[in-house]
Ligand binder design. Structure first.
Ligand code: HEC
Length: 179
């Protein structure tokens, strides 16, 4: 039994840790992330593409790892999960954030609205001033993130979108509001 459990634990870690089979290393934030149907599996999966610097620069693996730590700390300390879902945990008052980086609204709505030149910068502007850029019937409160904190959150959201979550959440676009 112990042998089986040890095998299962090691096997799960090989799939779920950063750098594992379904979870890219944190420096994936330097690359383009696409989302395409995998016909053999029957759902959409992340497709890691060409180089695409974030905030105009390329992060080394240690730098990207530090950024993820800050991003996670911000997300935990501001209780984003009270309103949002990450990897299946959290609430649905706001949109599911597991694939938020891939939301077409960044390029279609928020880039023109904020005047930002890239998706990453539009996300930072929105996160720093959500009350100025509402797009929905429910609004996100201003949580007074610094630029460094907002950038770390965006890096974390970009990495999260590159994780192969077995198609979760299905139809990741914004959920329909009840009111
Ligand atoms: C009180 C509830 C609430 C909290 C807390 C909250 N949000 Fe939001 N958030 C919302 C709502 C509502 C929206 C939709 C706003 C809109 O589209 O105008 C939203 C939208 C977003 C979006 C855009 C999602 C998309 O793809 O459309 C991101 C990213 C986001 N929030 C990140 C965060 C982060 C990071 C935190 C914590 C630092 C956080 N939110 C905390 C309610 C909240």
């Amino acid at each position: 039994m112990l042998v089986v459990l040890t095998f299962l634990t090691v096997d799960s870690l090989n799939v779920t840790r950063a750098g594992g089979i379904q979870v890219p290393n944190y420096d994936v934030i330097n690359q383009e992330i696409g989302y395409a149907n995998d016909w053999s599996r029957g759902f959409e999966v992340p497709v890691i593409g060409a180089s695409e610097p974030l905030f105009g620069r390329t992060y080394s693996l240690p730098e990207a790892t530090e950024l993820m730590k800050l991003g996670k700390a911000v997300i935990q300390s501001r209780a984003c999960m009270d309103c949002h879902t990450f990897f299946g945990n959290g609430a649905y008052y706001g949109p599911d954030l597991t694939k938020s980086w891939l939301d077409p609204a960044w390029s279609q709505i928020w880039m023109p609205m904020t005047g930002a030149a890239t998706r990453g910068d539009a996300m930072v502007e929105f996160l720093m001033h959500p009350e100025q850029y509402p797009t929905w019937t429910r609004q996100m409160p201003n949580l007074h993130l610094t630029r460094a904190e907002a950038q770390a959150v965006v890096a974390y959201l970009k990495w999260m979108s590159a994780v192969d979550t077995n198609g979760f959440p299905a139809h990741f676009g914004r959920i329909q509001t009840q009111n």
